[in-house]
Design a protein around this ligand. Structure first.
Ligand code: NI
Length: 137
């Protein structure tokens, strides 16, 4: 059967501060600039979750996009939306909430719930022009 990639878009707002606790405020500001503002700042994150696999002969689906929507809501939006990532999200207590690290956290949250025969890719936009992709590695 042909292999097809299906995509689901989602969205969340969150606040963060880019910060390395081993560095002084001066060094943090030097490296992270405005993103190191001690009073935090927000982003409108756009998420695309992509699953690649063979089209099922019986359903014609790679994966039910309604199920994927619910999964993203449960595992990602409910956990990250309208949160201060540094303070309120366990994974970032000791992990700098860069868009890179957020994409890896999202991937790990979803991977366990996606059938093993499907490849998962997470695309995460922090701004309309800055985005990352993560496929697990
Ligand atoms: Ni930022």
């Amino acid at each position: 059967m042909p292999k097809v990639t299906v995509h689901r878009k989602a969205h969340f707002n969150a606040a963060h501060r880019l910060f390395n606790s081993n560095w002084s405020d001066e060094k943090n500001f030097e490296v992270f600039g405005k993103c190191s503002n001690p009073n935090y700042h927000g982003h409108n994150y756009e998420l695309i979750v992509s699953l690649t696999g063979e089209v099922n002969e019986e359903t014609g689906y790679v994966y039910d996009l309604g199920k994927l929507k619910d999964l993203i809501q449960l595992k990602v939006e409910n956990v990250l939306d309208h949160k201060n990532l540094n303070i309120e999200v366990e994974e970032f207590k000791n992990l700098n909430p860069t868009v890179e690290n957020i994409s890896v956290v999202i991937y790990n949250k979803l991977r366990a719930s996606i059938p093993e025969n499907l490849d998962l890719e997470v695309t995460l936009y922090e701004t309309p022009r800055n985005y990352v992709t993560y496929r697990g590695a």
